[in-house]
Ligand binder design. Sequence first.
Ligand SMILES: *[C@@H]1O[C@H](CO)[C@@H](O)[C@H](O)[C@H]1NC(C)=O
Ligand SMILES: *[C@@H]1O[C@H](CO)[C@@H](O)[C@H](O)[C@H]1NC(C)=O
Length: 465
Amino acid sequence: MKSLVQSHINVGVIAGVLFVLLTYLVVSQQTAISRPNVVTTVAQWLSNKQQIGGGPGEKVVTTGEQQIADKQLIQGPSKTEKANKVVCSTEERLSDYCEVDGDVRVNGKAWSVDIVPPSGWSERREWKIRPYSRRSAANVDRLNVTQLQDPAAAPPCTVTHHVPGVVFALGGYSGNAFHDHADVLLPLFLASLRYGREVQFLVINRVQPWWLGKYRLALRRLSRYDVVNLDGDAHVRCFPHLTVGLRLHKDFGVVPEWVPGKRRVSMPDFTRFLREAYALPRGAPVSREPGKRPRLMLIQRQRSRRFLNGEEMARAAEAAGFEVVVTELMLDAAVDEQARVVNSFDVMVGIHGAGMTNEVFLPPGGVLIQVVPWGKLDLMARIEYGEPATDMGLKYLCYNVTLEESSLLELLGRDHPAIKDPDSVHRSGWAAMYDIYMTKQDVRLDITRFALTLAEAMDHLRRLQ
Ligand SMILES: *[C@@H]1O[C@H](CO)[C@@H](O)[C@H](O)[C@H]1NC(C)=O
Ligand SMILES: *[C@@H]1O[C@H](CO)[C@@H](O)[C@H](O)[C@H]1NC(C)=O
């Protein structure tokens, strides 16, 4: 088939197996702590996550001209501490972070941040801040953030920075395309947008040395300065304002009221930023050239969760009026090249997995079709990729795989517990769930049913014209 061009899309598969896993475990643990009798299905974990995320906000704004940050309390009391232009939070659902205005000094080698009181003595306070946006990332250490009692106890500055700083960690779940965007790039964008590139990024726990290089174009668009590597950094770096840690608003999303600096920022601003960083030409779907068909990209995984009838799917998409390209996922493409490829499409079709993160490069108004494997994965799929797609201004369509379309039926037989009772698999934990539903499963879509989803995508695009 001449339109089946192979191209390679990078998804950062390295940690691909890990990401939802940790969210999943941690959410289950948190749920278990707060509700002893909870039935731990994915659906319940996730709906619990959502409820918690949607609580009403309370704004605590510091007095004086130098305003620090909006502090939102999510459901119930929070131990947010505020003193002397310092806002530190360790009680939010997802993240720890501090915003410090005033004399603040960072020593990377000691993993310490000292806040120097303006004059005289102040109350000594300490916070342990994990500078990775998901507190659940237990493989990232915590920074000791200390408000000193005595200004004289402050370590002398060896480097004085005149712009605000943002300290964040790598490691954690980063290295996976979803987490790179959801956990690092988006929160960093939100934390630093207000500075108009006059901001110094400082990275700690730089366990993947390639990460900063991979995302250099995005980082450069947010800050005109080279990133400072804090690992083993013996300097005492002094700042007039410092953000310590990144605040995650949602699994992958923005709560506009939480964006510092009073800007009304949301997901379309984030994807616009990425299009600017990578010089992506298309801000709207459908070819501008007359007579050209809308372009559909079908992401074919190679090892797990394969489309067993990918060629038939591609032919169905052609029959529905699309120009179709089948791509596979590879590790070696540069992000900007990959982004440009994705941006040239109007519709992306793929099965649940980190490759779906490429949605961030689709033109707004385009369509994401997520094929959700069998096994009660629909809520997870929706929260990780579906809702973010909608927030970005994409049309989100989900295709739920039925048992008859899943290779698991033949592999395990109807009487297997994983077929009869998916909840039991979810209850036994992430590893079992992942092993069965995410690793062992391939799908063969019912083309008649898939054609309906394709028609819906085409209708959506036609209505835009
Ligand atoms: C961080 O603070 C704890 C006490 O809260 C202390 O035991 C530890 O040594 C401190 N770590 C560093 C690197 O200063
Ligand atoms: C997929 O399944 C979920 C959960 O059963 C349901 O809420 C959703 O509407 C389904 N989507 C489609 C397109 O059938």
